[in-house]
Design a protein around this ligand. Structure first.
Ligand SMILES: [Zn+2]
Length: 80
């Protein structure tokens, strides 16, 4: 299995059409905020199978209401 570690990427990077690197408000690490999954994905695995490429989040959080996205970096300043 191939893994991709989004915690290593700089905040603001766009990794695909629906994903941007943000700081997770739950665990404070960086991750790819996936608009469709509504999760912040930190570590993702992909595998080639007979049905094609399977991609699954290995480590992710469901941190925010998407409407609060603009305040993401400063959300919950007292957290942690
Ligand atoms: Zn997180």
């Amino acid at each position: 299995m191939m893994t991709e570690d989004f915690t290593k990427l700089p905040i603001g990077s766009v990794v695909s059409q629906s994903r941007t690197i943000v700081r997770c408000s739950v665990c404070r690490r960086r991750g790819a905020l996936d608009v469709r999954l509504r999760r912040c994905v930190h570590l993702e695995g992909s595998e080639i199978s007979a049905d094609g490429m399977i991609v699954e989040p290995i480590d992710s959080c469901a941190p925010v209401v998407l409407g609060e996205l603009g305040a993401f970096g400063s959300l919950r300043p007292s957290f942690g």
